[in-house]
Design a protein around this ligand. Structure first.
Ligand code: XMP
Length: 515
């Protein structure tokens, strides 16, 4: 396996992505944790130093343990990682001045000899577009290194000690704006002897072994939300330890049409997983009566969820572990981006505080995976495609799609309208092109006319967006025919709605959900 030492770059995760795409197993660890003993234990076959915000010219700036250079394994240094490598090995780095700082697109030109590291790079033109983002720069390369490429702002844009298999680049090969960057990773892992044989089948077997080892014959509780992550985690854990696992599905009464039945049928009947269906909708809806402020809604649901979950978990005798579908991006974010002052836009509903409160240890079998890898693992485990490809659904459920007061009446109308909208999207073959689609019921009634009579019913908004990660989004460009047909269907089939609008706000400035 390959070790990425994280010096705090914003794009360290992308390095891992590029390597996973090459079927190479890698892990990111923050530099603080990488000690000599850690290296002995991890036994990496190759190491990558990420970029980072610090300056190697500063006393006490982040470094790897110096023994890393003596292990006879290939090392690739990127940006800050390049500067670390140069300084550690006897070169010189100068602190940034405006004249030498480089940000954004640049072109690197071939310089010096060809090498295996450069196969497929520097095509016919002898130059490649790269993405630079650095203040400091290397002013003298370390002994044993040769220059492989230069850019106008970086005479040492690419250098290598070919004999020791140390490679150092000033730019970021992992980002989209270095279009051919994957080639360098491919060459690097090949040089390091990786075969690219890391697959989901291998991951599944390894994960099952690890779960058995961690849990022994103790009992595990898993909170099921009906989403992909917790579902895949549950099925995987069940495969590892069978009935030592009990799932708790808290039904807060804010789910979509037929959703609770689907979850119960799939897990209890299809997978034979012991499942407690905690139908607590009355409690949640009562607690939400009269609540209109979005943050109060979120906090009310979040708090009650924890209480309810804990209540059911307490009833499971001898449970020692809590399973969570934590993903790799959640794990890394807490390493690289900790401490930054950021504004809370929405209080996200999750079960983060649960384990400490309940005195349970955590099982997180998806900690190493990205979202699309979780989907691949779900397929490997035989979860139906219709389930794996489902749009994300927020923890607070329909509550945040019902601006203003939440009433049982409005929820019932919302469920029906939402089901028609999704049915339309599926019928037109658009479901997989859309990141998320739903209906929000608006807190306004408007006047209409139907069959010669006056109506005074709710207005609703359709929302459908494209996105890669939910962080930014654009509205989906439905055809007018589609929108017209959908509006007609909703008004005809859903009693209580007499007006349909389409939300064409992107994110930013909007958010995906309405609250
Ligand atoms: P926003 O509305 O912030 O949503 O643009 C971004 C993505 O996050 C989902 N979302 C949530 N997911 N708990 C969740 O598990 C929450 O409290 C929550 N709020 C929003 C939203 O559906 C979208 O996919």
């Amino acid at each position: 396996r390959l070790l990425i030492i994280d010096f705090g770059s914003q794009v360290t995760q992308l390095i891992a992505r590029r390597l996973r795409e090459l079927n190479v197993y890698c892990e990111i660890h923050p530099y603080q944790n990488v000690t000599d003993a850690f290296l002995d234990d991890f036994a990496p076959k190759a190491v990558i130093f990420s970029g980072g915000p610090d300056s190697v010219t500063r006393e006490g700036s982040p470094r790897p343990p110096q023994s890393v250079y003596a292990r006879g394994i290939p090392i690739l240094g990127i940006c800050y990682g390049q500067q670390v490598m140069m300084q550690d090995l006897g070169g010189k780095v100068e602190a940034g001045e405006h004249a030498t700082a480089e940000f954004g697109r640049a072109f690197v030109k071939r310089a010096g000899e060809a090498s295996d590291f450069l196969t497929g790079w520097f095509g016919d033109t002898g130059r490649e577009q790269v993405w630079m983002s650095h203040g400091d720069h290397v002013s003298e390369i370390a002994p044993g290194f040769a220059v492989l490429g230069v850019s106008p702002g970086a005479p040492f844009a690419m250098t290598a000690d070919l004999e020791r298999r140390f490679y150092a680049v000033q730019f970021h090969p992992e980002v989209h704006h270095t279009p051919n960057g994957a080639k360098l990773y491919e060459n690097f892992v090949r040089l390091a002897g990786f075969k690219g044989d890391w697959t989901m089948k291998a991951y599944r077997e390894e994960a099952i072994r690890a779960i058995r080892e961690q849990v022994g014959d103790a009992k595990v509780i898993c909170g099921l939300s009906g989403g992909v992550d917790s579902s895949v985690a549950a099925v995987l854990i069940h495969e590892a330890i069978g009935d030592q696992l009990t799932c708790v599905f808290v039904d807060h009464g804010l789910l979509r049409q037929n959703e609770a039945e689907q979850v119960v049928t799939m897990f209890r009947d299809h997978y034979n997983i012991p499942l407690i269906h905690a139908d607590e909708s009355e409690r949640f809806l009562t607690a939400l009566e009269g609540v209109t402020d979005p943050e109060v809604k979120r906090k009310t649901i979040g708090k009650l969820f924890i209480d309810v979950f804990q209540h059911y978990a307490d009833g499971i005798e001898g449970a020692e572990f809590l399973a969570q579908g934590t993903l790799y991006p959640d794990v890394i974010e807490s390493v690289s981006f900790s401490g930054g002052p950021s504004v809370t836009i929405k209080s996200h509903h999750n079960v983060g505080g649960l384990p400490e409160k309940m005195g349970l240890k955590l099982v997180e079998p998806l900690r190493e995976l990205f979202k699309d890898e979780v989907r691949a693992l779900g397929r490997e485990l035989g979860l139906p495609e219709s389930f794996i490809g489902r749009h994300p659904f927020p923890g607070p459920g329909l509550a945040i799609r019902c601006p203003g007061e939440i009433t049982r009446d409005k929820l019932a109308i919302l469920r029906k309208a939402d089901a028609v909208f999704i049915d339309q999207i599926r019928k037109h073959g658009l479901y997989d092109e859309i990141w998320q689609a739903f209906v929000a019921i608006l807190p306004v009634k408007t006047v209409g006319v139907m069959g010669d009579g006056r109506t005074y019913d709710y207005a609703c908004a359709l929302r459908a967006v494209t996105s890669v990660d939910g962080m930014t989004a654009d509205y989906y460009p439905f055809s007018h025919d589609f929108l017209g047909e959908t509006a007609t269907r909703i008004i005809n089939e859903v009693k209580g709605i007499n007006r349909v609008t389409y939300d064409i706000t992107s994110k930013p400035p909007g958010t995906i959900e309405w609250e």
